[in-house]
Write a protein that binds this ligand. Structure first.
Ligand code: HEC
Length: 147
């Protein structure tokens, strides 16, 4: 009887172990907040994700950079026609990206050209956005300089 109980306990232990291994890693609330802000509020992917002919974002290329599908109706001399890859944030330090998204310019005073909006996120939200960008794989072409 004792043996059977021990075997049963061992089996339950094994089941518990394999269940724990199958569980996805607990999601980081900061990264989840950043994903929400990017996907549902600021819609960064409208410019930074390439779209197919039907206007659907291309799977696997999220925020990996895109040529803009629209132009200004009046001449804008400093218009940037390319939204560079921001997945993984390969060219920006956390401090510069947080400053850009919360003040409109990096710590070195760099401003990005229109139509990139000069966001004024709270510092906390800017940090969440940066955490989510860092969690994404950088695209193959996102190492190229944007300007
Ligand atoms: C309306 C289009 C548009 C939207 C929406 C947009 N961007 Fe941009 N973004 C651009 C363009 C265009 C550039 C390039 C500007 C330049 O070359 O000066 C850019 C540049 C950047 C850069 C600098 C990248 C680099 O490597 O130089 C970062 C970082 C960035 N955007 C982050 C974001 C984030 C985060 C969001 C959402 C919170 C966002 N952008 C939303 C158009 C957009």
């Amino acid at each position: 009887m004792i043996k059977i109980c021990m075997a049963a306990a061992g089996l339950i232990g094994l089941l518990a172990l394999s269940w724990a291994a199958d569980k996805p890693p607990a999601s980081d609330p900061k990264i989840e907040r950043g994903k929400y802000l990017i996907d549902k509020v600021a819609l960064c992917g409208d410019c930074h994700t390439p779209h197919d002919e039907q206007g659907e974002p291309i799977t696997g290329k999220k925020l990996q950079g895109a040529a803009l599908a629209f132009e200004p109706t009046v001449p804008v001399p400093i218009w940037a026609a390319l939204a560079p890859g921001i997945a993984g944030l390969p060219r920006w330090s956390d401090a510069d990206a947080v400053a850009l998204l919360s003040t409109g310019e990096s710590t070195k005073g760099i401003r990005v050209r229109p139509p990139m909006p000069a966001y004024r996120l709270t510092r906390q939200d800017a940090e969440a956005v940066v955490s989510y960008l860092r969690s994404l794989p950088a695209g193959a072409d996102s190492k190229k300089a944007s300007h």
